[in-house]
Design a binder for this molecule. Structure first.
Ligand code: HEC
Ligand code: HEC
Length: 380
């Protein structure tokens, strides 16, 4: 049983913060059942501010343009899909279905019918600005990882992929190679977009993939939820978690969940093979990268289920139960065992729910510059 990826020395501010929390707790008798938080844990609060790449500083103008693009089905082959079709704020910027339904579908989230079956569960956009953050709180937003198989390195790059994908947005209206040029030409023919791109990037700017990606990424960097009860606790408010939740935090650490779910996002952003069961809806087994998938964040799971890369677990309790008696089929072979199973699982679930923060931007624009239905075909 070796969890090697916890070797990284934790940042001193972390340890200090946690030492303070532990000492406050030990002096405080108002929650007598609560165990103290060990100081060697590798988890902590999210930063208050987001870093943007040097060549794409976040500006209000870019964010507003990015928001319009995110909601506008003009980015899709048949004018039916927007990013928001699968990443809707009312569903925590995801779609709450096991496997997303793409081109040709109608309706939103559980009411969605038809459409091409996507082989993976849609992760949330909330806090993706922090993808790749390490245990010391460091990350490089121009060189990080996105997608369940880590295949994209920045939000700027990632945002062009759905536009090119046949299943997600393109359909068969044009080829993947043509997609960005076709979409750029469409935007250049809409006066309101020309104006918005000029305001965001300078007069007479050329509308192209680079700028579409930059604007969408700038918008996504504003979809942040970094003030969960756990964050408040980690920043020093010892009343933010109750006794069961603190027990859950300790059980989470004792069960070595932090071997992979670590840092402020509760992810090491590395690939692992957990042997998650298949989703029978899929005609072919999705093998990820040699059977491995990226450790997902555990933040805001209240609104991002079903769980795992293929959405095979409907609820958090089943996802956590999955780990009982598990032998992780990984480079870091590991075995997880819960003592007093039901109680431990309930406490861990209660703890994970303290990572929810519903206070994120849920703005729904009244219209989009193309004049198409806002968000695509999302009403049945
Ligand atoms: C048909 C549904 C659908 C549409 C439309 C869609 N996505 Fe996604 N999105 C997904 C799925 C499914 C994944 C996971 C795919 C994978 O990992 O291979 C994903 C992954 C992502 C991720 C990675 C998150 C992470 O933590 O790694 C981001 C960011 C994202 N989408 C943004 C967007 C943007 C921006 C658009 C519009 C340009 C968009 N999506 C359109 C379903 C969709
Ligand atoms: C060896 C690394 C590793 C360890 C240890 C680990 N996890 Fe995970 N966790 C992952 C990976 C990888 C996934 C995604 C697997 C997939 O989809 O195939 C995941 C998925 C999850 C999910 C689903 C999240 C979502 O958005 O779909 C939950 C909940 C979860 N883990 C909780 C835990 C708990 C609780 C523990 C400790 C009992 C734990 N994990 C231990 C790597 C790990």
């Amino acid at each position: 049983m070796i969890f090697q990826n916890i070797n990284t020395p934790p940042n001193t501010t972390y340890i200090f913060a946690l030492l303070i929390i532990s000492s406050i707790l030990s002096l405080n008798s108002c929650s007598p059942e609560a165990e103290y938080v060990p100081i060697d844990q590798q988890v902590g609060a999210l930063p208050q501010f987001v870093i943007a790449p040097n060549d794409n500083p976040t500006t209000a103008e870019k964010v507003e343009l990015g928001r319009k693009l995110f909601w506008d089905p003009v980015l899709s082959g048949n004018f039916d899909m927007a990013c928001v079709t699968c990443h809707h704020p009312n569903n925590g910027y995801t779609d709450n279905i096991d496997l997303s339904l793409g081109v040709g579908g109608r309706g939103l989230a559980q009411n969605r019918t038809g459409g091409i079956l996507i082989k993976r569960n849609a992760p949330t956009i909330i806090n993706t600005a922090f993808n790749g953050i390490d245990q010391a709180g460091n990350y490089d937003p121009s060189n990080t990882v996105h997608f369940w198989d880590n295949r994209s390195k920045s939000l700027e790059d990632q945002s062009l992929e759905p536009i090119k994908s046949m299943e997600e947005m393109r359909g068969d209206a044009y080829t993947a190679d043509e997609a960005i040029n076709v979409v750029s030409a469409r935007l250049a023919a809409i006066p309101q977009y020309v104006e918005l791109f000029n305001i965001a990037f300078g007069d007479d700017t050329q509308i192209n993939g680079d700028k579409i990606g930059k604007a969408i990424a700038a918008f996504e960097r504003t979809i942040i939820a970094n003030n969960s009860r756990f964050d408040q606790y980690a920043r020093g408010d010892e009343t933010a978690l109750n006794a069961q939740e603190i027990r859950g935090l300790n059980a989470f650490i004792e069960a070595k969940c932090t071997a992979c779910h670590n840092g402020p996002m509760f992810s090491d952003y590395k690939l692992h093979d957990l042997g998650v069961p298949n989703n029978d809806k899929l005609p072919q087994i999705d093998n990820g990268v040699d059977g491995k998938f990226r450790t997902p964040t555990l933040r805001n799971l209240s609104s991002s289920g079903p769980f795992m890369h293929n959405g095979v677990f409907d609820n958090l309790t089943s996802a956590v139960n999955f780990y009982d008696n598990m032998e992780v089929n990984d480079d870091d072979a590991a075995q997880l065992n819960f003592e007093d199973e039901a109680d431990t699982v309930a406490a861990i679930v209660a703890f994970i729910q303290t990572l929810n923060d519903e206070d994120f931007d849920k703005t729904i624009p009244e219209s989009v510059p193309s004049g198409l239905p806002v968000g695509g075909n999302i009403s049945n």
